[in-house]
Design a protein around this ligand. Structure first.
Ligand code: ARG
Length: 467
């Protein structure tokens, strides 16, 4: 095979030519994924049909037949009886075609004063709102799991890290509550994305509105939309609301993947801070001792596909002339995949958080066998009137000596302290991990009493959310 003759058989080969025409038709088909819009599609059609009847645009006998037929179709889809035909391209044509089979000519009146362009935009907005509220609920469950775990570790001291180096002591609850905050912003973003999706395009027709006396407000009410779109040309071609959902999902995945990464590190033999429950780990096929944190790794790993969907859609909509273009059909697979991914990842993370066991002793030891009290010792000198920078140098010298002699601050005598500064007195011997965390008694600090209050506030917020 060379570049010259590769593919050259195609013209002579009828099978290859047939594959070619098959490809041409498959290329435009979307029913294998947009069938997921069936609930929204049928609800939208029923509301539209009823409105056509109320407005005297379609006779009520026909409306009844249409509504009856659509209800049957919904049931057929639910039970799996419905036969999807890829030749009919998408969900909308499949439903319409079945409606003809069921009720005959009256089916032809449903698409009065409507286009697939305002129809699909309406369906997708309804679907996105459901996805937003499911994601929101999944975020809240994860937050609840984090708060519960935090509550039992208000006095569990561990090293807090910067640059993955032990920095200052914190309580484990404070660490988990940091994630609570991240997910709280995610919850807000999902709620905002739901609000953006909550605008009804139906009535925009193909692009310019429709020449019938329709009642858009009535349909919006039926479908529980808060608003109707103000400009038909924008309404049929706007997919910003999906971008917003994908941004919310991407940030949630970013946060989940940070949490997942810590679970991977913390459950390693090197750290040994936590053990993940069996449910969220799996064995190795050749190394019998292993408990791999597969769920955490997959949460981390699946982040990429959600970012991918965001970038894909941003790229799809860029440079599209008004109004609807078929490019916009590419909005849905990324939306569906991102929703599935972020919701399951949130659920898995909640399960992992609830099921993990914490080795509080091991965490405390990690803090003890380190120099995380260095800042507090320097602060002690500051309390004696030494400028912070000078105190910093004294304690830095002290820790260098400790490292050389392979001892920790805990093993130093008052005399050792006084060698680097004669301002050290008995009080320095009282600095411990517990006094250090308690001293960070500022709003947002790691002092156990502040963390306890933060947890109380969080529980209050969650109670208000889930009411
Ligand atoms: N399947 C199409 C989509 O998802 C529906 C709208 C088709 N409109 C059209 N003018 N071809 O975008």
């Amino acid at each position: 095979m060379t570049r010259q003759n590769i593919g050259s058989n195609e013209n002579k080969n009828p099978a290859a030519a047939a594959r070619g025409s098959q490809l041409a038709s498959d290329f435009t088909v979307s029913v294998h994924y947009d069938s997921r819009l069936y609930r929204e599609d049928i609800a939208g059609s029923i509301a539209h049909a009823r409105m056509l009847g109320r407005q005297g645009i379609v006779e009520s006998a026909d409306v009844d037949k249409i509504v009856g037929g659509l209800t049957t179709i919904a049931a057929e889809i639910e039970t799996g009886e419905f036969v999807w035909n890829p030749e009919l391209e998408d969900i909308h044509m499949n439903v319409e075609s079945r409606l003809f089979e069921l009720i005959g000519d009256a089916a032809g009146r449903l698409h009065t004063a409507r286009s697939r362009n305002d129809q699909v935009a309406t369906d997708t907005r309804l679907w996105t709102q459901v996805a937003c509220s499911r994601a929101f609920e999944a975020v809240v469950s994860l937050q609840t799991a984090l708060v519960e775990l935090a509550e039992s570790h208000i006095d569990t001291v561990m090293p807090g890290y910067t640059h993955m180096q032990r920095g200052q002591p914190v309580v484990l609850a404070h660490h988990f509550m940091a994630y609570f905050e991240m997910f709280d912003r995610d919850a807000t973003r999902f709620a905002q994305a739901a609000e953006s999706a909550d605008v009804m395009p139906l009535g925009s027709g193909a692009l310019a509105g429709v020449p019938y006396p329709i009642d858009r407000e009535w349909v919006a009410d039926e479908l529980d939309f808060n608003d109707i779109s103000r400009n038909s040309m924008d309404a049929v071609s706007d997919r910003d609301f999906i971008v917003e959902f994908l941004i919310a999902s991407s940030l949630a995945m970013a946060h989940l993947s940070r949490l997942a990464e810590e679970m991977v590190i913390w459950s390693s033999d090197e750290f040994g801070f936590i053990a993940l429950s069996d449910e969220f780990t799996s064995g190795s096929s050749i190394m019998p001792q292993k408990r791999n944190p597969d769920f955490a790794e997959l949460i981390r790993g699946k982040t990429g596909r959600v970012y991918g969907s965001l970038v894909a859609l941003l790229t799809t909509i860029k440079g599209l002339p008004l109004t609807y273009n078929r490019d916009l059909q590419e909005d849905k697979e990324g939306l569906f995949d991102a929703a599935d991914t972020v919701i399951t990842a949130l659920e898995a993370a909640a399960g992992m958080v609830s099921g993990m066991t914490v080795d509080a002793n091991r965490m405390r030891q990690a803090a003890e066998k380190s120099f995380v009290l260095a800042t507090d010792i320097a602060d002690y000198l500051v309390g004696k009137g030494v400028p912070f920078r000078e105190a910093y140098i004294a304690v830095s010298d002290l820790s260098k000596q400790c490292i050389e002699n392979n001892v920790g601050f805990g093993e130093l005598t008052l005399g050792d302290f006084q060698e680097v500064s004669d301002l050290f007195d008995e009080g320095v011997m009282e600095i411990t991990l517990d006094t250090a965390v308690a001293a960070r008694n500022v709003p947002g600090g790691t002092a156990p009493k502040r963390v306890r209050a933060a947890i109380e506030e969080a529980k209050q917020m969650l109670a208000e959310t889930t009411q």
